[in-house]
Design a protein around this ligand. Structure first.
Ligand code: AR6
Length: 175
């Protein structure tokens, strides 16, 4: 059985086959985890690697190598911006679907690239303001659904605060 774990860590330091970036549709870098990944991987080199990819749609992900990171691959996923004030329940469900799409697509990419370990940040829960509890439920469920037959051995939900880690731990322990 693969291990699913919550870790409090800087995702750029993790020794896994793939780390996931919380990117934007232009794939031209930004703040938060995206900025940290660009700094650690080598900003100029990573921008050169993403330039030919033609951006990325929300809910999808694109691949580059890990460059100077310990990880072999970076999956650049674009999560939805949480802006329900403009659409109520329908907008929330659309955001849920797009966020799930990020995790599903990254698990597909992991399989295509023969990855046995992957680390996800809490996509959309920073600048994009997705509620952390709701995002974590979607993350864990989508990854669990994608595990059978994936060859995955280790999935790390990489948290940047102890509150975020607690949310994931509770979900993973079935609390
Ligand atoms: N390691 C792990 N998690 C981190 C790290 C890190 N080094 N740094 C931040 N986080 P955010 P988003 C957490 O804002 O909401 C960028 O400008 C952070 O605490 O990085 O998807 C992009 O270019 C939060 O829980 O991503 C986009 O424009 C989580 O990572 C936009 O932000 C995601 O926060 C994407 O916004």
């Amino acid at each position: 059985m693969p291990t699913l774990e919550a870790a409090l860590a800087d995702i750029t330091m993790l020794h896994v086959d793939a780390i996931v970036n919380a990117a934007n549709t232009k794939l031209k870098g930004g703040g938060g985890v995206d900025g940290a990944i660009h700094r650690a991987a080598g900003k100029a080199e990573l921008l050169a690697a993403t330039a030919p990819l033609g951006g990325c749609a929300t809910g999808d992900a694109k691949v580059t190598s890990g460059l100077r990171l310990p990880a072999k691959w970076i999956f650049h996923a674009v999560g939805p911006v949480w802006s329900v004030s403009r659409g109520g329940e329908a907008a929330m469900q659309n955001a849920d679907r797009l966020l799930a799409g990020c995790y599903r697509r990254c698990m597909e990419l992991a399989r295509e690239h023969g990855c046995r370990s992957i680390a996800f940040p809490a996509i959309s829960t920073g600048v994009y303001r997705f509620p952390p509890d709701r995002a974590a439920r979607i993350a864990v469920k989508t990854v669990q659904d994608a595990l059978p037959g994936s060859g995955m051995e280790q999935v790390i939900f990489c948290c940047f605060s102890s509150e975020a880690k607690r949310i994931y731990q509770d979900l993973l322990e079935g609390a």
